[in-house]
Structures are given as structure tokens and as C-alpha cells.
Design a protein around this ligand. Structure first.
Ligand code: AMP
Ligand code: FE
Ligand code: FE
Ligand code: ZN
Length: 284
């Protein structure tokens, strides 16, 4: 049997529901051999997850899903195996997290003008251990107040990019983030490139530009991508000579249809990424 590899998951350090240790235990129970923790804009969950991985005998890949900008819109960049002490990268992540706090207040103000009363401190308290706060936490507060039934409804009616409660946030340009990741000894993979919020901006020409800037892979097998999208992206990855990954984008109970291992990465693709990272680390 081949190895089961899932390279994209979220814990309660960002917008997932499971503490990092529980997530890793669930990954082991689901039969995964390798799992990456990729919380939004933070490395906060890494050490707890790494300890849990030793306990359960699976491998943890330390990762981050970085909020970046391309043509004025948000794009998610997965970074793996970066040095958590790399000063420029960590400073950039802190800047993103801080702007998310400003944005939280702005979102709450917008929703207030639509008649929904929410409280920033209450949202932060409910977010508990999350060091990265975002729209999912606002959605949870809207559910708690009875304004919507679930996160999905909160997004489709109020928080999606074309809705009244949407407020953009700071993110570095994707090419700058790719360079930061490389300089920190890691590899980068574009998350769900043709998923719901980025498809029309990331055309094949854009993907070629990013590959030329040093992008290492494309996340092809993802719940947001139907079969036809996957085969087109897979062909593009071959053309651009970048790795192909597949992952769950697990958020615990926070997001349906993203169970651990629902999509996985072929072992040779992970080995390819890992050896690139190893070479970069050797040259630092
Ligand atoms: P933010 O990082 O604050 O802009 O929020 C983006 C996050 O919201 C994504 O990483 C997903 O976890 C989540 N998300 C985006 N769209 C939806 C949706 N339609 N339903 C539930 N969660 C969503
Ligand atoms: Fe998320
Ligand atoms: Fe994402
Ligand atoms: Zn994600």
C-alpha cells in the first residue's frame, strides 16, 4: 500500500475547530502517513502538532497557508518546511495577522449597518486559541446570534467577496511571498488555484508567471475543483514543470466536504517538493 499524504489542514490556531494535537490524532486514525498543518498566516500550532505526531507515529509536515494578493484579490499560497525563525517571513505573517484584526472591526461595522449586532471582543473570545482571526469566526458569531444557520449561509449571504460584509485584508503580492518562502528554505504550492474565490484571476498566463517566479507546485485535487478543472490544472502543472498536490483543506467541524484524506498527494510529488526544500536549506 502506498503512503497516504494530506498536505492542507487547519486547526484551532486559525479557523479549524480541532486543537492541533486532536487534528493529528484524527489524521492517524484516518490512516494518513503524512499530514501537513497549514493554518492561515501562522506557525502557532506546529509544536503541539509535532508532539502529537510523535505520539501517534505519523509524520507532521509544518506548513502555513499564506494570505497573498494577485491582481488586487486574495490568493492562498501554501508554504512547507520553512524555517519558523526566519525573520522576514515571520514579520510578514505578523503584519497579515494584525491587519486581520483591523478588518474584523470593519466587518462588524458593516454588518451592524445591515442590522446585525455583533461584538468584536465576543468574537475574539469565542475564537479562543486562534491567533489568526477571519471571516469564519465572524460567521460563527452570526450563527450564535441566530442571524444565519451555518458558516456556509453566512458566507453566501454576507461575507463572500461580492457581499456587503466583505472587507479586503492586507496580503503581500504572491511573487513576493514565493520569494520569502524560498529564502526561508521552504517550498510553495498555490492552494485551490481555481477554487471559488480565485479562479477568474489566476488564468493560465498568471500561473505561468508565478511558476517563473519560483512557485513549486499547484494544488490540483481539492474539493473546490470539479473533475474537468483537475485535469486542466494537471496538464498545466506538467507544462509548467511544477509539482501536483492533492489535499483535504480540513477545517474540522467548520467546513463540510473536507474530511481528512478526502484528497491526497502522490508520494513522488511530495518527495519532489521535499527534495527541493532540502536543497534550499543546504544553501542557506
Ligand atoms: P478569511 O481568511 O478571513 O478571508 O476567510 C477565508 C476562509 O473562510 C477560508 O480559508 C475558508 O476557511 C473559509 N470560507 C471561505 N468561503 C467559505 C464558505 N463559502 N463557507 C464556509 N467557509 C468558507
Ligand atoms: Fe480557512
Ligand atoms: Fe484556502
Ligand atoms: Zn485552507
Amino acid at each position: 500500500m502506498g503512503q497516504l499524504i494530506d498536505l492542507h489542514t487547519h486547526s484551532s490556531a486559525s479557523d479549524g475547530s480541532d486543537p492541533p494535537a486532536d487534528l493529528v490524532a484524527s489524521a492517524a486514525a484516518a490512516g494518513l502517513d503524512i499530514v501537513a498543518l497549514t493554518d492561515h498566516d501562522t506557525t502557532e500550532g506546529w509544536s503541539e502538532a509535532a508532539d502529537a505526531a510523535v505520539q501517534s507515529g505519523i509524520r507532521l509536515v509544518p506548513g502555513i497557508e499564506i494570505s497573498t494578493t494577485w491582481k488586487g484579490a486574495g490568493v492562498h499560497l501554501l508554504a512547507y518546511l520553512v524555517d519558523p525563525d526566519d525573520v522576514p517571513l515571520m514579520a510578514e505573517l505578523r503584519r497579515i495577522r494584525e491587519d486581520r484584526r483591523r478588518r474584523l472591526t470593519a466587518i462588524v461595522a458593516r454588518l451592524a449597518s445591515s442590522g446585525m449586532s455583533l461584538d468584536v471582543d465576543e468574537i475574539l473570545a469565542a475564537a479562543g486559541p486562534a491567533v489568526t482571526v477571519g471571516r469564519p469566526h465572524v460567521a460563527d458569531a452570526m450563527v450564535a446570534r441566530g442571524y444565519v444557520h451555518d458558516r456556509e449561509e453566512a458566507f453566501s449571504r454576507w461575507l463572500a467577496t461580492d457581499r456587503i460584509g466583505y472587507v479586503p485584508k492586507y496580503g503581500p503580492q504572491v511573487v513576493d511571498a514565493i520569494r520569502l518562502v524560498r529564502a526561508a528554505g521552504g517550498v510553495s504550492v498555490l492552494a485551490h488555484p481555481w477554487g471559488r474565490e480565485s479562479r477568474w484571476r489566476l488564468d493560465s498566463e498568471s500561473l505561468a508567471t508565478l511558476a517563473a517566479a519560483g512557485l513549486d507546485g499547484l494544488e490540483v485535487d481539492h474539493a473546490d475543483h470539479p473533475a474537468s478543472t483537475r485535469s486542466q490544472l494537471r496538464a498545466l502543472a506538467v507544462e509548467l514543470d511544477v509539482a501536483v498536490t492533492g489535499s483535504s483543506d480540513y477545517h474540522g467541524s467548520g467546513k463540510a466536504g473536507h474530511d481528512l484524506g478526502i484528497n491526497t498527494t502522490a508520494p513522488d510529488q511530495w518527495e519532489r517538493l521535499e527534495s527541493i526544500a532540502r536543497a534550499r536549506q543546504a544553501h542557506r
